[in-house]
Write a protein that binds this ligand. Structure first.
Ligand code: NAP
Length: 342
């Protein structure tokens, strides 16, 4: 493909600037349009990110009707993702969908089916796939550093208390969904992506202290994985401490704790954990997230006509598990089996 890929952004808020900056840095892309509910928001984002020549839209249908547009990032509040993603697929546009992709099961499958039908390329915003420490962890697991995995634990702990003033939508059930849908889906995705395992069973409890959320802000679930391994995944959006993303993976030949490795096959005479210095997932600020990796990835998928391993199809299990956490917590820890639908 010799011409540049025409790119658009929809929803010009906090995360949109990072998508825009990443597209601006990719030599195969030209940002042709920015769309948002308010014209001034779209214009601000375009100008701030150096895309001042982009066409400004306030109507999503007009954005999708723009012939120059081949790829878009959907960065609107979460309750809008399904209808906007389905419309993008039907218009034949490739898209990056911010997480969560849907707030209910019908939405998850509607998106999956629309993307299957249209055959467009997609990436769901699990940006930790490009976090250096997680890249190391995945490579070590693939190399058999800890043998067969029998326990996987991940935690997304991100107290958004101080700055959710501008995020009125996120604390509601109707627009933000739940603790797992709002943030903890990153922990579910990481557990799956690092290990290559799906989640097949969930039993969860909800709690937390911050009553401003319409849903329990802290939820913890015991999970069973597709190879029979067990584990625990939690999501807290009311932790009173700096952002934490914990990873513990146990195998029959060793263990990984964040960026520390104990490996019998690789280093049998070790007297302590080996540490792999790398950038850790230790900030909730989108300016610290590796969006360039995510955007370069969808561009590569389009240019090379390959499917992403973090596309809508892959994200179905992550969202089923997120929704299962909420269902189980509502039922006081009932066991929920996945998948819900084929
Ligand atoms: N991958 C990640 O790590 C990550 C990080 C942060 C956020 N996210 C996700 O990205 C999405 C956007 O989050 P954000 O933090 O960027 O949110 P935000 O700052 O509130 O921005 C959302 C923008 O969407 C526009 N919008 C369009 N319709 C709207 C409506 N009905 N209600 C409210 N806003 C509407 C608003 O633009 P106007 O100004 O034009 O009204 C708003 O600026 C969410 O799904 C969130 O979960 C992902």
């Amino acid at each position: 493909m010799s011409e540049k890929i025409g790119v658009g952004i929809h929803g010009a808020g906090w995360v949109a600037d990072e998508h825009l900056n990443a597209y601006m840095a990719n030599p195969h892309c030209e940002v042709v349009a920015v769309c948002s509910r308010k014209e001034e928001s779209a214009r601000r984002a375009a100008e701030q990110c150096g895309a001042a020549n982009a066409t400004i839209y306030t109507d999503y249908e007009q954005l999708l009707a723009d012939d120059r547009l081949q790829l878009l990032s959907i960065c609107t509040p979460s309750h809008l993702h399904v209808q906007e993603g389905v419309a993008a697929a039907q218009a034949g546009k490739h898209f990056v969908m911010e997480k969560p992709m849907a707030l209910d099961l019908d939405g998850v499958y509607a998106l999956r089916d629309a993307v299957r039908e249209a055959g467009v390329k997609t990436v769901v915003g699990f940006v930790l796939h490009w976090c250096p420490s997680l890249i190391n962890t995945r490579r070590l697991l693939q190399a058999g550093a800890i043998g067969n995995i029998f326990y996987v634990e991940t935690d997304y702990w991100h107290g958004v208390d101080d700055w959710y003033g501008g995020w009125d939508w996120a604390i509601t059930k109707a627009e933000g969904g739940s603790s797992f849908l709002f943030g903890g889906c990153h922990a579910i995705d990481a557990a799956r992506w690092l290990t290559g395992l799906d989640i097949v069973e969930v039993a969860a409890y909800g709690g937390g202290w911050d009553k401003r959320y319409e849903y329990p802000p802290t939820v913890v679930g015991i999970v069973k994985y597709s190879n029979g391994a067990i584990g625990k995944i939690s999501s807290s959006v009311d932790i009173v401490a700096p952002y934490q993303f914990n990873i513990d993976i146990l195998g029959d030949e060793g263990a990984i704790r964040d960026n520390k490795l104990w490996s019998r096959p690789l280093a049998p005479a070790s007297s302590d954990w080996a540490e792999f210095p790398a950038i850790l997932p230790d900030s909730g600020d989108v300016e610290h997230h590796p969006f360039e990796g995510e955007i370069n990835h969808i561009v590569d998928c389009i240019l090379n006509d390959v499917e992403s391993d973090v596309n809508i199809e892959d994200a179905v299990n992550t969202h089923e598990a997120s929704l299962a956490m909420d269902m189980s917590a509502e039922q006081g820890g009932a066991t929920i089996k996945l998948p819900f639908r084929d």
